[in-house]
Ligand binder design. Structure first.
Ligand code: DQA
Length: 143
């Protein structure tokens, strides 16, 4: 089982960035714990602050991985191209947001990703990534 985790802009600053909203843990710390919790999963992790690089990564893993957990961060609300990339690939994508985007500014209520993703998790903190992995693990094998 291969799962790719892809994080968008500014998520390299988790643990330092607006900690009241995003928490104190760095993603690297969290990923270590996630790997221990799911030893049967081969994880790849990719983070970029650049929209086109996120699309390249989606295209790279999107035909042979079993699942993708994607937090497109700020590009969620602006990127038609990331939505198109998700529609183009075969691997199911779970959209994750650490914060409750619906309880924040109005511009965060629009997602170009939700309609193309298998489903979305928001507002459950960094735990949302773990729940997304559990969902992907429970999927029947792809035909
Ligand atoms: C975020 C929510 C986005 O609105 C924001 O731009 C982010 C992080 C989240 O995980 O809560 O950078 O995707």
């Amino acid at each position: 089982m291969k799962i790719s985790i892809i994080n968008g802009p500014n998520l390299n600053l988790l643990g330092k960035r607006e900690t009241d909203i995003y928490g104190n843990m760095s993603f690297e710390q969290f990923l270590d714990a996630l790997k221990k919790k799911f030893p049967q999963v081969e994880f790849s992790y990719y983070q970029s602050n650049i929209e086109g690089e996120l699309i390249n990564e989606l295209q790279k893993v999107g035909y042979h991985y079993d699942g993708i957990v994607l937090n497109p961060a700020g590009y969620t609300h602006t990127s038609v191209a990331i939505g198109d990339a998700i529609a183009a690939i075969k691997t199911p994508v779970v959209e994750v947001h650490i914060s409750n985007v619906h309880a924040r500014e109005d511009f965060r209520k629009l997602s170009h990703v939700s309609g193309k993703a298998a489903g979305s998790i928001f507002g459950l903190g960094i735990k949302g990534y773990e729940l997304a992995v559990e969902y992907l693990l429970a999927l029947p094998p792809a035909k």
